[in-house]
Design a protein around this ligand. Structure first.
Ligand code: MRU
Length: 351
């Protein structure tokens, strides 16, 4: 389906508000096909989040905000429907806190203006959702500015999953740091973990970095230790789905193992994430809900069965990296280092 979403060399418009609905790149079809999905109501937005048409914590947040706006636009009784719309969107994926952050932001706007004219409320909610998207793009560029100086020149950056333009409104968090370092003239290349089982590294990170002309080498997840030991990796940079008050980081499953291997080999391990990914209500990562996804993601690759019928499968989509493995957390308000209880709280106050 053709769409108004723009694909230029350096900008990938992951999600857009259009008069026809919310248009997203279908991330389940990449890299074979650049296809777009138009969500025409909030239930379709919720399905798109649940089914990973759109994924990545900040992009999920933008989609949720747009879902709320779309729901409000189509409602003839906002007071009755707003809680239903928000609950439906909140039940899609449990780990990325940006989802709940975005829904809360929309709820707060609604609470402030709920006595206004319904037309006015609807247009205000649409504007807010568009603002969430615009701000995310600016935030990622700022994260890039703070992160680029940390990237060693002449070395390789190792990343996991996709924390790039596709996982955000554009530019990316972890890959935003890479992009900013490249723009500063650093001679770096990227090693991308394939990221079993959903293959975000192979399908998405490899695709978007290749489009940008950034030298990228795809490796399987179990090769990371080998390359971390070799001395060629200058740093690891990953994104996050939720960061607890003590700096424990939930991110794509496999991140924890990577962080342990990085520490063992004295390679800095950086997490790049917006302030909206912080959840200071949780004292540690133990309280972060971890999404369990369908076993078919593990037993099948590209629709082909690779495991015996009936085998038991575990498929936690995320793991939690304890703060002691995290060298720094790069946000749009600056770089936090241990002790994270203090540094993260300090960054939040700066807002
Ligand atoms: O299951 P996904 O693809 O939504 O998981 C994405 C990740 O784990 C990302 O690293 C994280 O959301 C940060 S995206 C900037």
């Amino acid at each position: 389906m053709s769409s108004p979403a723009v694909l230029t060399q350096n900008t990938i418009e992951t999600i857009e508000w259009t008069p026809n609905g919310v248009v997203m790149i279908d991330q389940t079809r990449l890299p074979q096909e650049v296809a777009f999905v138009t969500c025409r109501n909030y239930v379709e937005v919720a399905d798109a989040i649940r089914n990973m048409i759109i994924r990545g914590a900040p992009a999920i947040g933008v989609a949720a905000a747009m879902g709320v706006a779309l729901g409000a636009l189509q409602s003839d009784d906002l007071q009755r429907d707003m809680p239903i719309i928000c609950d439906t969107l909140a039940k899609t994926r449990p780990t990325a806190v940006n989802l709940f952050w975005a829904i809360d932001r929309m709820k707060q706007v609604y609470a402030r203006i709920q006595d206004s004219d319904p037309g006015e409320i609807r247009s205000r909610l649409v504007k807010e959702a568009q603002l969430v998207r615009e701000e995310d793009l600016a935030i990622n560029k700022q994260i890039g500015q703070y992160g680029a100086p940390l990237v060693p020149d002449g070395k390789t950056v190792l990343t996991h999953c996709n924390a790039g333009a596709l996982a955000t409104a554009g530019f990316g968090t972890a890959l935003g740091v890479v992009r900013a370092a490249v723009r500063e003239g650093k001679k770096i290349d990227v090693f991308a973990d394939e990221t079993r089982p959903f293959l975000q590294g192979a399908r998405l990170t490899a695709w978007e970095l290749q489009r940008d002309g950034i030298q990228t080498t795809l490796i399987t997840d179990n090769m990371a230790g080998h390359f971390l030991k070799s001395g060629r990796i200058g740093c690891v940079v990953v994104g996050a789905d939720r960061i607890a008050a003590n700096g424990d980081v939930a991110n794509k499953v496999g991140t924890y193992g990577l962080a342990v291997l990085a520490k063992e080999n004295n390679v800095p391990f950086y997490v790049a994430a917006p302030i909206s990914t912080l959840d200071l209500t949780l004292p540690s990562g133990d309280a972060i809900p971890i999404e369990e996804r369908a076993g078919v993601e593990v037993t099948h690759i590209g629709g082909i069965q690779i495991a015996p019928e009936g085998i038991a499968v575990a498929n936690p989509a995320f793991d939690v990296t304890p703060n002691r493995y995290v060298s720094a957390i790069i946000t749009e308000r600056g770089v936090a280092r241990a002790p994270y209880e203090e540094s993260l709280r300090e960054l939040c106050k700066r807002g």
